[in-house]
Ligand binder design. Structure first.
Ligand SMILES: Cc1cc2nc3c(=O)[nH]c(=O)nc-3n(C[C@H](O)[C@H](O)[C@H](O)COP(=O)(O)O)c2cc1C
Length: 194
């Protein structure tokens, strides 16, 4: 059992995956983690769509854009490296109290629950929202705003946190094609420590 910080250090974004399906029970546990997440005034405005059939996953994968900091040849998963499931996160604007903090908290819980089973994820906001709603059969639901999708699968690479150099935020690949993700040092982000 890793410490909570070791768990969080490795719960990174993953963009290449093994061709091994994520068990349905794990996906449903990730959804359950999102369902019970804290939210403003307990209003629970988020809704979800689960995509795990290989044909639908392949369609979804055509509607998302990977790793804006990298050339596509490096950042896009190749055939055999693509995610094996997606979860779409919707904000139901027919309910009062929609806000992005709730979506972030649900995404954090969802991706952590998946990682507890070794399932890596990529939260994705650079997506074709209209086409994804059509694929999911939800295009007529005008009050459903597609917030993001989460790509899921067993990672085929590692991801390392590295010290930030000269304020440079872009992640990059090392010689093993593992991700290196710079984070700002504590001395920069802790503004007061009384
Ligand atoms: C709201 C949000 C949207 C994101 N959208 C995308 C995306 O469309 N495509 C992608 O490849 N990664 C996306 N990411 C992943 C980020 O690039 C990644 O979280 C960041 O580089 C830091 O890496 P880390 O998650 O390992 O800390 C997104 C992350 C967040 C939180």
């Amino acid at each position: 059992m890793p410490s909570i910080l070791e768990f969080l250090r490795t719960r990174r974004t993953y963009r290449r995956f093994l061709p091994k399906p994520v068990p349905d029970a794990v996906l449903r546990e990730a959804l359950e983690a999102a369902r019970i997440a804290s939210c403003g005034s307990n209003r629970q405005t988020l809704k979800y769509a689960l995509v795990q059939s290989p044909a639908a996953v392949a369609e979804m994968n055509r509607l998302v854009r990977w790793a804006a900091y990298l050339p596509p040849a490096q950042g896009y998963p190749k055939a055999g490296e693509t995610p094996t499931a997606f979860i779409a996160v919707f904000q139901d604007e027919s309910l009062p109290g929609v806000n992005d903090t709730d979506a972030g908290l649900a995404l954090g819980s969802l991706t952590a629950a998946a990682w507890a089973y070794g399932v890596g994820s990529c939260i994705m906001g650079n997506i074709d929202r209209a086409q994804i709603k059509t694929l999911l059969g939800l295009s007529d639901r005008e009050r459903l705003r597609l917030h993001s999708v989460v790509a899921l699968g067993y990672p085929a690479h590692q991801s390392h946190l590295v010290p930030m150099r000269e304020g440079s935020t872009p992640y990059y690949l090392d010689e093993n094609r593992d991700y290196c993700v710079p984070k700002r040092p504590m001395s920069e982000i802790l503004l007061a420590d009384l």
